[in-house]
Design a protein around this ligand. Structure first.
Ligand code: G6P
Length: 368
């Protein structure tokens, strides 16, 4: 086992640091200047384009990855995208039609709820697409078509490198489905350029490791941590909080910043740490005003912003920052989650918990 971990202390740590490589293998052979090549989808692209709706279905981190990709799929394809937690879809027996494309996202390809939702969607006549890391898994065998994320084996129970590779695969899927839309050709080309530079930006953001360790030591005794995001980075807020919850065993909630006034604001005081994601995109000015409102209530803020972008945080010194490299807005979630993964990792080590086998959790939940 130690050999497999190499110079790292834990698999989760190794897998976080592997991301420049796993992102490279996810994209290998699939990016061309003018488009993407996804062999597993090729024959079904026409059917997908004719769908009335795309439904993303998954659990845990895989659900969050789909949520991160949702805005781009909507933007590039014009098809409405709805989100389903697999167990909730089954509980409600939600309506699914022949005109739907159901995309099942699962690292292991063996999660029971996701597989049951697949059986249900297939029985209702939807086209079923799989996004998984595991070749030969039940998910890859039972879907009509799909894409392997090729992130390499993930051992840590908390998913890290699979999350970023899943987002990249779904971004490529959006590019492939939308490739018949002439009006967005320039946008697609800029995203493809952004994808090819993602591994080097991932290496750059990993340099925040010691800063995240230091941030973790300042938060180690906190009872709770909130993470506010919106737009492309709503998913980052949910996934960052999920990491902290599942491995560091600290209460943490990811929240939609647009909902702040409808409840969460009541929690704000000088003690509760709040991470606000305010990297550059079309929601930036709204996030700036969220920061101002939190500061005026003396909130204990940590602002994630684009490198050198102090205008995000208002008066200098008013709060701590996590500065990340700026990439294409729709790909920013791939970069922004990495410091939060590092934070969760260091919090876990400092709090003395088991990083790779968190209490009560399993890598793959194969029972309902
Ligand atoms: C478990 C794991 C999570 C994972 C989720 C979904 O809860 O602990 O890390 O995100 O299952 O797993 P899947 O293999 O379907 O992505």
């Amino acid at each position: 086992e130690q050999i497999k971990k190499g110079s790292y202390d834990h698999f989760m740590q190794k897998e976080i640091h592997e991301q420049p490589h796993s992102l490279t293998t996810t994209m290998r052979g699939r990016l061309k200047n003018s488009g993407v090549i996804l062999g597993g989808l090729k024959e079904h692209l026409k059917t997908i384009r004719r769908s009335r709706r795309v439904i993303f279905i998954g659990c845990g981190t895989s659900y969050n990855a789909a949520l991160a990709a949702r805005p781009l799929v909507e933007e590039l394809t014009g098809i409405p995208v709805t989100m389903e937690v697999a167990s909730d879809l089954l509980d409600r027996q939600g309506p699914i039609y022949r005109e739907d494309t159901a995309v099942f996202v699962s690292q292991s390809g063996e999660t029971a709820d996701t597989l049951l939702a697949l059986e249900y969607a297939a029985a209702n006549g939807a086209l079923c697409v799989g996004v998984t890391n595991t070749v030969g898994s039940t998910l890859s065998r039972r879907t009509h078509c799909g894409i392997h994320i090729n992130a390499g084996c993930e051992i840590g129970v908390a998913s890290t490198k699979a999350y970023t590779s899943q987002i990249v695969v779904m971004a490529m899927m959006a590019l492939a489905i939308g490739s018949d839309q002439l009006s967005s050709q320039a946008r697609r080309e800029s995203i493809i350029t952004g994808l090819s530079s993602l591994p080097s930006h991932a290496s750059e953001v990993l340099k925040l490791d010691s800063e995240m360790k230091e941030l973790a030591s300042s938060l180690v005794d906190s009872e709770s941590l909130l993470v506010f995001g919106r737009g492309f980075n709503y998913a980052t807020a949910l996934e960052g909080a999920l990491k902290v919850k599942e491995v560091a065993l600290m209460h943490s909630e990811g929240m939609l910043a647009g909902e702040m006034k409808h409840g969460p604001l009541a929690l704000v005081d000088e003690n509760l740490p709040i991470i606000v994601i305010a990297t550059r995109d079309t929601c930036f000015s709204k996030q700036k005003s969220v920061i101002q409102q939190l500061l005026s209530r003396k909130g204990r803020l940590i602002v994630m912003c684009s490198e050198g972008d102090i205008s995000a945080v208002g008066p200098s010194g008013s709060c701590r920052t996590i500065q990340v490299p700026e990439v294409a807005d729709c790909l920013q979630p791939v970069i922004n989650i990495i410091p939060l993964q590092l934070l969760a990792y260091h919090l876990t080590v400092l709090r003395g918990f088991d990083v790779d086998q968190p209490r009560n959790l399993a890598k793959s939940v194969t029972t309902q």
